[in-house]
Design a protein around this ligand. Structure first.
Ligand code: FUC
Length: 474
């Protein structure tokens, strides 16, 4: 377009043509990928911090560190799904560098249990830096011993997107030790005999309570990852058994009196009236980035998805830049393309400056990365074992095309669509294995394998299974 960036951005709500708006969204999307390529790749030594590599001066906000109750993880959500796996490496190496410190942290803060046995495993808290600081910060608001387990999600994602078993085997011990820390520290809630994180502190929102939902969901996630990893690697031992037993006893998700997904184990009006639109919505971790809730997987999942919707509507569309970016991902996972695009508009018009960088405010890069991730989730999702083509595409994006996205299972995906309907897709598996693919009406579309017709297993009108071979093109 002939317009300058400031004109293009102020015209987004009013004045731009549709083509100009789509141009701006595409530019903004690719800008997120550019920022990650520029700030994180093999041999970068450190992952992208709160300002990427663009921290200004020697006292940047939050010391340009590694906050791990959302920010560092958000920086990397796009790395695998937008096919930039190599940009993920500095973050994965950083996790590795924290494990020894994380063991010392457990020894120092937790020590032994009431029987005098040493607490196993490792974890980190919320504010970490390049020099190995992982200690809990002074403020209660930052009490987050679940953050080690959350960082392990990066390891698991890297495996699921690359299917690199050797990498998984090398990192299995890190995952397992993060899980064992929780086996040793979960408490039995004597009211219902389930296991809870205690104390837990809903991220930066509090108060201290038993079994805040975010902590429970993060622990559910690390247990699930270790159980799956042990099956993939053929490991079966007493530690995996302990993890499986603890997972089965975890206190689960709860739906409150207003139909909301509860932020705390005990239903409270705070969920509904007193949250003041707080920027953290970490209690939806199970919806995104986790996969404890996958809409369409079961009636139970749908019930929790509905409750997550109530929570998001109560919390509202406001928040800091990164908070709005996360909400693009949430609404996409809830398969609501219109609300997801509304959040793109919110972040672009309210939390983005005219050089397209994200604002907390001040400048904080996670919102850029999180927004690119969320826009990808609108086009392609693959959590819960199903590759979903165009799961949450808005009517404003009624026709389009994309190439080179990545789905779990190491499958490269390209798509074309018009009138909000898929007109063609190209899937390139980089690993052998059964893949399940869903899209509206996919069972009635002709499927070819490297140019020749191939029959596939039809699950229902909208779902097929392909026995895929590495190197073929479907
Ligand atoms: C967390 C957030 C803040 C900010 C900081 C860097 O503490 O709650 O909003 O993003 O990280």
């Amino acid at each position: 377009p002939d317009k300058t960036m400031d004109e293009l951005m102020s015209g987004y709500e009013n004045g731009n043509t549709d083509a100009e708006n789509r141009y701006l969204e595409t530019l903004y999307y690719q800008f997120g990928r550019y920022l990650l390529i520029a700030s994180s790749r093999e041999n970068s030594l450190l992952p992208a911090n709160l300002q990427g590599i663009w921290a200004d001066g020697i006292s940047p906000p939050w010391s340009a560190d590694y906050h791990t109750n959302i920010n560092l993880q958000m920086n990397y959500w796009l790395s695998e799904s937008t096919n930039l796996s190599e940009t993920h490496i500095p973050a994965l190496e950083y996790v590795d560098s924290l494990v020894e410190k994380g063991k010392q942290g457990v020894e120092t803060v937790f020590g032994t249990n009431e029987k005098g046995d040493k607490i196993r495993g490792w974890t980190i808290w919320h504010e970490n830096n390049p020099w190995g600081n992982i200690a809990p910060a002074v403020s209660d608001a930052f009490y987050a011993p679940e953050d080690g387990a959350w960082m392990c999600k990066d390891i698991w994602d890297h495996y699921e997107f690359t299917m690199d078993k050797e990498y998984l085997a090398e990192n299995y011990e890190t995952l397992k030790q993060a899980a064992l820390f929780w086996v040793d520290t979960l408490w039995e809630d004597t009211r219902d005999h389930t296991l809870v994180v205690n104390p837990s502190y809903s991220p930066e929102h509090g108060p201290y309570s038993l079994g805040a939902t975010e902590a429970q969901s993060v622990v559910w996630g690390i247990f699930d990852e270790v159980i799956q990893a042990s099956q993939i690697l053929g490991i079966s031992d007493s530690e995996v058994d302990e993890i499986r037993t603890a997972k089965s006893r975890l206190s689960g998700l709860k739906i409150g009196s207003a139909g909301q997904l509860q932020e705390w184990k005990d239903d409270t009006q705070l969920d509904i009236t007193g949250d003041n639109g707080h920027r953290h919505v970490n209690h939806l971790y199970g919806l995104h980035p986790g996969d404890q809730i996958v809409p369409g997987r079961s009636a139970e999942d749908d019930k929790y998805a509905q409750a997550a919707k109530v929570t998001l509507n109560t919390r509202g569309d406001g928040g800091t830049g990164w908070s709005k970016a996360w909400k693009i991902n949430f609404w996409a996972r809830l398969l609501d393309g219109e609300h997801a695009l509304k959040m793109v508009k919110e972040i672009l018009t309210q939390s983005t400056i005219t050089n397209l960088l994200d604002e907390h405010p001040p400048f904080q890069i996670d919102g850029n990365f999180g927004a690119t991730s969320g826009m990808t989730e609108m086009l392609l999702q693959s959590q819960g074992g199903i590759i979903k083509l165009l799961p949450a595409v808005s009517t404003k994006w009624s026709s389009g095309q994309v190439t080179g996205l990545k789905a779990r299972g190491n499958v490269e995906v390209g798509m074309k669509w018009s009138d909000n309907t898929l007109t063609g897709a190209v899937l390139k598996p980089m690993a052998d294995g059964m893949i399940t693919v869903s899209a509206a009406g996919i069972a009635n579309m002709p499927i070819t394998k490297s140019g020749n017709a191939v029959s596939v297993q039809v699950v229902d009108d909208n779902t097929i299974k392909i026995d895929a071979s590495k190197g073929d093109v479907y």
